[in-house]
Ligand binder design. Structure first.
Ligand code: ATR
Length: 263
């Protein structure tokens, strides 16, 4: 029986077991997908379990996407550039780290038929998920990516990797076509970014990486000014699908049942 796990801390909230076990069942695969709460000191032994073929695949979530890297043998180009790994597997006796968050974001944007080509994007946040989003936006040929983060130095660090990004002070809103909330503000219902959207105009896309709650105050504000909105649920589903495909060599279906499972 194949064994997969998602690791993180905390991990109780993770929806990955639900979606993966559903796909395991519907594709008649002899496997189980569990979750495991870990401490950073346990990462090294965990990767040994992959090397010894006791674990067939790992999804990595907060806060280990970066700290797992020293224990891996090889990174994909995406994982290397973003220094962020969410998918681990063994190939040719090497433990590989890959990043499917990038593909997840790209497919989510394609799914709503939004064309990022030549668009100006304002990215709020410079935490764990931001490099993946920048990588994806570059793939999709965004014209300009402007980062705004409460802690300026973290935005400046991102600029060392992604040299073309611009930085604005937290709280200032330059002109944009698409705005992305990649901060953790919104996870609590009452969270508010405290930004002034009154001069933004309609016809923009507001994208929130957060999917629970499904409508953050950020997205609520967007609706009030007649802007398009999208939450992070599709990104989550597509990154899971991409991991599943790597491990099991088949593309699981995203049907209504999958959507219901995550509701
Ligand atoms: P980490 O920063 O450890 O990578 P994360 O959850 O990946 O954690 O990222 C959290 C993001 O939300 C960061 O961009 C953070 O801004 P700072 O870099 O200034 O910490 C942002 N964030 C969290 N709480 C915030 C708040 N109250 N106001 C503004 N931004 C906030």
């Amino acid at each position: 029986m194949k064994k997969f796990i998602v690791i993180g801390n905390p991990i109780e909230h993770s929806l990955s077991p639900k979606i993966h076990n559903y796909w395991i069942k519907t594709n008649n695969i002899d496997a189980i997908y569990d979750k495991r709460k870990l401490e950073i000191s346990e990462l090294e032994n965990l990767i040994k379990e992959v090397r010894q073929k006791q674990i067939d695949g790992i999804n990595v979530t907060v806060p280990f996407k970066n700290s797992i890297i020293p224990f891996l043998d090889k990174l994909s180009n995406e994982a290397d550039k973003t220094q962020s790994v969410n998918t681990v597997y063994l190939k040719d006796e090497m433990v590989i780290g890959h990043n499917t968050d990038i593909e997840g974001f790209e497919l989510a944007i394609k799914h709503i038929n939004y064309d990022v080509n030549r668009k100006k994007v304002l990215l709020l946040g410079a935490g764990g998920v931001s490099p993946s989003i920048i990588f994806a936006l570059n793939n999709m040929n965004a014209r300009k990516i402007i980062i705004s983060n409460r802690t300026l130095s973290k935005a400046e660090n991102l600029k060392k990797t992604f040299r073309k990004v611009e930085i604005v002070k937290w709280g200032s809103i330059p002109d944009f076509d698409m705005i992305i909330n990649a901060t953790s503000l919104g996870l609590q219902n009452e969270d508010n970014l405290g930004l002034d959207y009154s001069k933004i105009g309609s016809n923009k896309l507001f994208y929130d990486v957060i999917y629970n709650p499904s409508e953050t105050n950020f997205l609520k504000s967007a609706k009030k000014i007649s802007c398009k909105t999208e939450n992070g649920l599709k990104m989550f589903i597509y990154q899971a699908q991409a991991s599943f495909k790597i491990w099991n060599s088949l593309e699981p279906k995203i049907d209504n049942k999958v959507m219901e499972l995550l509701d």
